[in-house]
Design a protein around this ligand. Sequence first.
Ligand code: SAM
Length: 281
Amino acid sequence: MATIDGLPPLREVIRAHDLVAKKQLGQNFLLDLNLTSKIARSAGDLSGSDVLEVGPGPGGLTRGLLAEGARRVVAVEKDPRALPALQEIAEAYPGRLSVLQGDALELDMAAHLTPPVKIVSNLPYNVGTELLIRWLSPTIWPPFWQSLTLMFQKEVAERIIAKPGSDHYGRLALLVHWRADARIVMSLPPEAFTPAPKVHSAVVHLTRLEEPRFPADGKVLNRVTTMAFGQRRKMLRSSLKGLGPDIEARLEAVGIAPTARAEEIGLEQFCALARNLAEAP
Ligand code: SAM
């Protein structure tokens, strides 16, 4: 069967290199190159960008990114078994694919990229949220990337885009909304993957803001939201009492009812509280 790039179909690649999926590495592969090209397109124009892909596996999304015109792809894969298959793709796209073997949680990936950078990945579920939080929490903002186009379990995708008042709303939604615009661009059923996971998946596209949406010190904001959502059903005057004896007055000063609960409060109010706490400790 003809493919988008003249390379063998992914089922053949997996057979030839004996890439039996390993659960502990979160290996659920996308084998439909039309689908991986569609994911690549959802990241926008790639022609002027370096693309960072975490977890290329047998290379379905990698091939989609290259076929859709990425200037260069830097792919970070933990499983050494995938390297020969990725080498074949590198040979078909001379000078456009660099593969780093290692753990994405340990490598300094930014050092291998030239701006502008877009991150596009079908992430291993066990490290996906951790990577997203790290990409949103560098010490200096704006970060090394322009946009993130990432596959998550549907439930995590809903937590990323959640609004106040919803069951999914919490610290992750607040961090994302503080520093990026985020939306779900695609939903995928389990059968889209081989092997099929138990859960549905969704692709989320995040575009960085050049400055955080509202001023606040990231560490103070993180402390406030961690305490507030640590006891999300409690009133804020109770869940935040560890922040000081005057917490009720501070809440009132920034227009938050001390009897309100964390899930009712929006980002702007949390940032106002973080500023109040930082300005007059
Ligand atoms: N991109 C491929 C696709 O769409 O078919 C594979 C996606 S699969 C969900 C996740 C990939 O991430 C696997 O290839 C797995 O080996 C790799 N992986 C798992 N943990 C990793 C880590 N800590 N660093 C880098 N790659 C990792």
